[in-house]
Design a protein around this ligand. Structure first.
Ligand SMILES: Nc1ncnc2c1ncn2[C@@H]1O[C@H](COP(=O)(O)OP(=O)(O)OP(=O)(O)O)[C@@H](O)[C@H]1O
Ligand SMILES: [Mg+2]
Length: 309
């Protein structure tokens, strides 16, 4: 069997202050954060729902079954650089603190893996679920809350179905999807303190059997005017730009001039801001005029095309 070290880039253990900070830096995702942390809390620790029920709805039994029976899968779907991976990597900190348990996250990125040898994707997916299952079994308590929980993060999950159009890969492709579905079902049936987060750029290409199993599908978009302002305001104010100047830059990073999409979150924080800094470094201060020119010269990452692939 493939070892943990070979499978996962880096196992993350929560609570961890670094991840708490990173989570708090995400902008415009309050609703997603709240929904995701509630879903995960209940998946990893269903007894929380019992307490809630006893307090608010002592006679309610039926309605709870519908939530507790959901498969332990949440899908994060949407445009590039919109915070899917970052939220998936950091949200467990909130859950760990809320539930007062330790959570381990196993991150499996399918984009860089699973190419090449026939059957490799299936093997990877099966091994990842097997590790998750074994780990979760150790944490399960016979009664009440679990002693800890596991989250399997399947990132860049497009690769699971991407090769569908390629007939040569068809068989292997389907096998990978089946391994995934089997894994979800095993985790769910075992009532284990475990959950799976899957990130994908295009939910439309996901297998219907996977989509059907998702307890929730959270959609991620590019930042609107207010959100781009939230991202840019603090760092640009701190280097001396005025509110009006910042507004101008915010406007330029939005949809304009026949282009119907603006900058992504990652375009703003990983390209625009660093470019502005490096342009001034090491000999001058950051000037508005240069910042403006740089903003005009950068093009936002084109949206992920559904037809591509
Ligand atoms: N909502 C956000 N608020 C602040 N920064 C963000 C936000 N979303 C993304 N970023 C920044 O962009 C970087 C890339 O985001 P992330 O890796 O989560 O994108 P993604 O949605 O997984 O994209 P892809 O589909 O390309 O994998 C993050 O590390 C973070 O710095
Ligand atoms: Mg990502």
């Amino acid at each position: 069997m493939i070892s943990t070290e070979e499978l996962f880039e880096q196992v993350v253990v929560y609570p961890d202050f670094e991840y708490k900070e990173r989570l708090s830096e995400l902008i415009g995702l309050e609703d997603h954060k709240s929904r995701l942390s509630k879903i995960l809390s209940l998946l990893v620790n269903p007894s929380g729902l019992d307490l809630w029920q006893k307090q608010y709805h002592p006679s309610a039994v039926t309605i709870l079954n519908y939530i507790l029976k959901r498969p332990p899968l949440v899908v994060l779907e949407g445009d590039v650089g919109s915070g899917k991976s970052e939220l998936a990597l950091t949200i467990a900190d909130t859950v760990a603190r809320q539930e007062n348990i330790e959570i381990n996250l196993f991150p499996l990125s399918l984009s860089t893996r699973g190419e090449g040898r026939v059957g490799q994707m299936t093997q990877l997916v099966s091994a990842a679920f097997e590790h998750t299952l074994q780990h979760a079994e150790k944490l399960k308590n016979q009664s009440g809350s679990s002693r800890g929980a596991v989250i399997l993060l399947v990132d860049e999950a497009d690769a699971l179905t991407q090769s569908r159009e390629n007939s040569q890969m068809h068989h292997e492709d389907k096998a990978g999807v089946n391994a995934f579905i089997r894994g979800i079902d095993r985790l769910g049936n075992g009532k284990l303190p475990a959950a799976v987060i899957m990130c994908t750029n295009r939910v439309s290409s996901l297998d219907p059997a996977i989509k059907r199993r998702a307890a929730d599908i959270l959609k991620f978009d590019r930042p609107n005017d207010a959100e781009r302002k939230l991202v840019l305001e603090k760092p640009l104010k701190e280097v001396g730009l005025t509110t009006d100047q910042i507004s101008e830059i915010v406007k330029l990073t939005g949809p304009k001039n026949g282009r119907d999409f603006g900058f992504t979150f990652s375009d703003l924080v990983q390209r625009l801001l660093p470019t502005i800094v490096l342009d001034a470094y090491p000999d001058t201060a950051i000037m508005f005029d240069r910042a403006l020119e740089i903003t005009k010269s950068l093009a936002p990452t084109p949206p992920f095309k559904e037809s591509h692939g």
